[in-house]
Design a protein around this ligand. Sequence first.
Ligand code: THG
Length: 370
Amino acid sequence: MADGLNMSRRIRRTPYTDRVETAGVKGFSVVNHMLLPKAYSRSVEEDYWHLREHVQVWDVSCQRQVQIQGEDASELVQLMTPRNLTDMSVGECLYVPLTDVRAGLINDPVLLKLSEDKYWLSIADSDVLLWAEGLALGKGLNVQLSEPDVSPLAIQGPKADELLVSIFGESIYEIGFFKFAWVSFKGTRQLIARSGYSRQGGFEIYLEGGHLGGDLWDMIWEAGQEYNISPGCPNLIERIEGGLLSYGNEMTRANNPLELGLGKYCSLDGTVEYIGREALENIAKKGPDRKIYGVLFDAPSCPTCSKPWQVKNEGMVVGQITSGIYSPRLKKNVGVGLIDKGYWTVGLEVSVTLPDGQIRGGQLSNLPFA
Ligand code: THG
């Protein structure tokens, strides 16, 4: 299959793309109509080990912000998610499923509360701004919606704390998980959160002002030399092992939050009103028809999963894998996907059918993988 990406203006560059190219990027994906680096000179496996030991800088500008500001901002944000936001404080980040009227998933962003009347939804790959515009219009809400000039740069890995302390000082240590604070950079105030799309710890700097992108990258890069920094990107092995879901892969609007294990982020007792509440409560009453599981299956390494792979038990199709890759740590392939009701047993013997027809033996596993 051809993998080349023909660039055009419609595939937006980021404030860091020039640096990413200098750093030797080998390929991109497109998320939110924007470039996401997918590989540098080293293999995914080498990057995986490096991420677990050192520190990496990731251009995740494609995590665009949908800014919701105004008198009715809190009302609109609550309308968009089943997660109860009543007690959310300024300075907090929350992972929030967004649902449509059938409780299908629209997106699974990180929500940031900047002030009592200002929020950012840091989105995965779908056009949330248009959905929000439509809701605001239809409900007659007093909000201003925009995609501000904000481009997250992630610093991930066990040495991220030390690296950022060396730049911004000891106050970095005080930022709690999924909390944010402000740092000064070149005379501007920038938001920094302890978050990111890995389980290795780290931060995301939500750079406001794209013209500062090159300078921010350079500063992190230079200070990072002491910590064996590398350019990187969300790592598929690490993400699957860590049970981090990917919108468009593990979920689309055909899926609801309960089957994806996001029930802990859903209010189901009627205390808050949101789009899709009735549908979600009905699914909860009945129980979901399928549930997300890990699948650990035999080597050698599987190809890229661009079309779901059937998972069978005793010859019966019981689910499908939507992302998979070889784990050099577990010495098996790790996959993730939805499994039908009746087969929800960790350790259940299954087989996975790869695109070339090969059948590999495996077992259902909990997420994250041990
Ligand atoms: N960071 C930011 N924006 C993002 C992502 C990110 N937007 C797109 C995508 N990633 C959204 N998906 C996720 C999925 C999981 C998590 C974050 C974003 C995550 N969840 C924690 C967990 O599952 O343990 C914490 C959840 C919580 O306590 O609220 O980290 O990575 N800016």
